[in-house]
Design a protein around this ligand. Structure first.
Ligand code: HMG
Ligand code: MG
Length: 297
C-alpha cells in the first residue's frame, strides 16, 4: 500500500502564523520539503492579500520558486481574480475551497453557501479548459464553531456539487479539529451512499483535540490514500475560531512507516526542517514526533 501525502505547510501552515516569513525563507522551506521526498506541496494562496497578509507575496514566491521534476505545487484559488493571478505565474494545479456551512462561507469567502458555487464555477471551467488540475476542499465537515455539529448529508450535498464542477478530488476538512473516528466512518458512509468512493476523496484533519492521527487511520482503513498534513504541525484558519495546527506530516509518516505503508518521505529530514522553521517562527513545533526525534538528535 502507498499513501500520497498532500503537504500543506507552506499554505495552511504559514497562513495562520503571527510571524510573516520572508519570501526567500518560504522558498527554502518548499525546497526542503521536496528534498525530503514530498511530491505534492501546496505552495501558497491567490486569495485577497488583505484577507491573508502572510501569503500576500504569492506572486513573488512563485516567480522564483525552485521546482523539482515530478513534484506538484498547487495553490489555493477562490475566484476568477485569483485564477488570473495563478495563470500569470505558470500554475498547473489549483484548489478551490468551499464551506459545508453558511456561517463559514460568509466568514471565509464573503459569500453565502449558495453563492460560493457561482464564484467557483467559472474558476473550474476556465482552469480545466486551460489544462489545469483542480482539487476542491470542503471545510467544516465535522463541526462548525458557530453552528455546532454538521450533518454528514449536508457535507455530501456541498461536496457532490464541488466534484460535479469537474474537480478531480475532494479533500474533507476538519477545520477546527473536532471530529473523532466514528464520525469519519459516518461521513465516508454518507459519501459512499451518494456514489462517491474513497478514490475521489482525501482527508484534511486539524489536530485541536489530538484526534487527527486516529481520524487518519480510520480513513485509511476505509480506502483513502491521500492525506493532507503540515510539516511541524503548524497551521489553522484565521477565519475559523478555535482552529489550530494541521496533522503534523512527521506524525503521519512515523505512523505509516510503522505500518509498512510507503510514502517516499524521510521523517528525519522533515524533523530537521521543522526545527529550522521553529526557530524562525519563534515557537516550538507542536508535533510529538518532532519533539521525540529532536531529543534523540
Ligand atoms: P471580497 O471582498 O468579497 O472580494 O472577498 P470581491 O470579489 O468583492 O472583490 C473586492 C476587491 O478585492 C476587488 O478589488 C477585487 O479585485 C479584489 P477592487 O476592484 O475593489 O480594487 N480581489 C482580489 N485581489 C487579489 N486576489 C484575489 C482577489 N479577489 C478579489 N483573489 C475573497 C472574496 C474570496 C477574495 C476573500 O473572501 C478571500 O480572499 N478569502 C480567503 C480567505 C482565506 O484564504 N482563508 C484561508 C484558506 S481556507 C482554509 O484554510 C481551510 C482549508 O485549509 C481546509 C480546512 O481546513 O477545512 C482549505
Ligand atoms: Mg486547513
Amino acid at each position: 500500500m502507498r499513501v500520497t501525502i498532500y503537504e500543506v505547510g507552506p499554505r495552511d501552515g504559514l497562513q495562520n502564523e503571527s510571524v510573516t516569513l520572508p519570501v526567500e525563507v518560504k522558498r527554502e522551506f518548499i525546497r526542503r520539503l521536496a528534498e525530503a521526498g514530498l511530491t505534492t506541496i501546496e505552495a501558497t494562496s491567490f486569495v485577497h492579500p488583505k484577507w491573508v497578509p502572510q501569503l500576500a507575496d504569492a506572486a513573488e514566491l512563485l516567480a522564483d520558486m525552485p521546482r523539482e521534476p515530478g513534484v506538484r505545487y498547487p495553490v489555493l484559488v477562490p475566484n476568477e481574480r485569483g485564477l488570473d493571478r495563478a495563470l500569470e505565474h505558470g500554475v498547473t494545479d489549483i484548489a478551490i475551497f468551499g464551506s459545508a456551512t453558511e456561517s463559514f462561507a460568509q466568514r471565509n469567502l464573503n459569500r453565502t453557501l449558495e453563492s460560493q458555487f457561482e464564484m467557483f464555477a467559472p474558476v473550474v471551467e476556465r482552469a480545466l479548459a486551460g489544462g489545469m488540475r483542480v482539487r476542491a476542499y470542503v471545510s467544516m465537515c465535522f463541526g462548525d464553531p458557530w453552528e455546532g455539529p454538521v450533518a454528514p448529508e449536508q457535507v455530501v450535498r456541498v461536496g457532490r456539487r464541488l466534484l460535479d464542477l469537474g474537480c478531480y478530488q475532494l479533500s474533507l476538512g476538519d477545520t477546527i479539529g473536532v471530529g473523532t473516528p466514528g464520525h469519519v466512518d459516518a461521513l465516508l458512509d454518507a459519501f459512499e451512499v451518494a456514489g462517491v468512493g474513497p478514490d475521489r476523496l482525501a482527508v484534511h484533519f486539524h489536530d485541536t483535540y489530538g484526534q487527527a492521527l486516529a481520524n487518519t487511520l480510520a480513513a485509511l482503513r476505509r480506502g483513502i490514500t491521500v492525506v493532507d498534513a503540515s510539516t511541524g504541525g503548524i497551521g489553522g484558519c484565521p477565519y475559523a475560531k478555535s482552529a489550530t495546527g494541521n496533522l503534523a506530516t512527521e506524525d503521519l509518516v512515523w505512523m505509516l512507516d510503522g505500518l509498512g505503508v510507503e510514502t517516499g518521505v524521510d521523517v528525519r529530514s522533515l524533523v530537521a526542517t521543522s526545527r529550522w522553521l521553529a526557530d524562525l517562527l519563534g515557537r516550538p513545533s507542536p508535533s510529538r514526533v518532532v519533539q521525540a526525534l529532536s531529543k534523540e538528535a
